[in-house]
Design a protein around this ligand. Sequence first.
Ligand SMILES: C[S@@+](CC[C@H](N)C(=O)[O-])C[C@H]1O[C@@H](n2cnc3c(N)ncnc32)[C@H](O)[C@@H]1O
Length: 336
Amino acid sequence: MNATIQPEKIKHYPVLLKEIISIITPQYGGTFIDCTFGQGGYSKKILSYPKSKIIALDRDKESIILSKEIKKKFKERFFFENIKFSEINKINLPKENIKSIIFDLGYSYSQIKDSSKGISFDSLGELNMKMGLNSFSAKDVIHKLDHKDLDKIFKLFGDEKDSKRIANKIVRFRKNKIINTQDLVKIIDSSKRKKNFKINNATKTFQALRIFVNKEVSELIYGLINAVKILKPGGKIVVVTFHSLEDKIVKFFFRNLSENKSISRYMPKLSSKKKILKMMNKKPIVPSLEEIKKNPPSRSAKLRFAIKDEDDQNFEEEILKKFDYLLETENLSKKI
Ligand SMILES: C[S@@+](CC[C@H](N)C(=O)[O-])C[C@H]1O[C@@H](n2cnc3c(N)ncnc32)[C@H](O)[C@@H]1O
């Protein structure tokens, strides 16, 4: 089943929308970059304020359809590019300053429900997981990397305790058969030592594969770095994350750039380090019980935001060093 999705027809709730609007204040006008256009939930709301402009990005080519509909309505106030947000520094920026850059990470409802993308473990058929503008699929990962590399990916990107057993079983199974989504779910089920009653056994391995296939770690790290570089002092950066690895990266990134001192005990204290961001909330903003009731997947969302303080174009060294082990793991894709 390879249904072409009609984004507008699928029920979608933009997560933490009220909270985002109160942070970015589009009612006073300004240009905003929506790095994760998806089903246009944030963009449409921001455009409902007549003095606002949007530059929207999304890597999924399905989002081009909806972007064209919105463009018809808001010719002068809406611009869309089908690119990855790590390349945000390559877009044509307007003369006026960007007021806020927003990231709503993860997958849209339509992507999860699109069985041809094979994002969820209840999808049918071939392993895919490509969000858009990818160079390899989950099927390539499962069939071309050795057990050590698979083990590392499942452990680091999925925090999967039985990563080794799953990796070994995949390598044995693939000798006789191309592994599809249902095969992988069965392999994981039979490899787990303890059954998890809270989440599906396949959740963590599937998360790891999606992160690896879409290079989500480098996308996020370089997306944040380049977003901060194009913001002028006073501009805001707002990020909604959905799992602990994403939140760990965002939290470190914001803290590191908002403190004069190094936050790692392994790094020397840099007294001359500029304060590039002002962090506005130490604790993340989370959805209300009312929002979670209406839209249960929002329960894992965490919103963090910061304001650009001082300008500096060379601040990323400590950040790249901190997440070197993840970026290195992502580079295993060179073997595919
Ligand atoms: C959770 S959805 C966004 C939903 C959106 N805020 C809304 O209300 O409709 C995430 C979207 O970000 C896109 N995306 C994820 N990673 C991306 C990246 N690195 N570059 C560009 N788009 C990305 C996905 O394709 C997906 O459409």
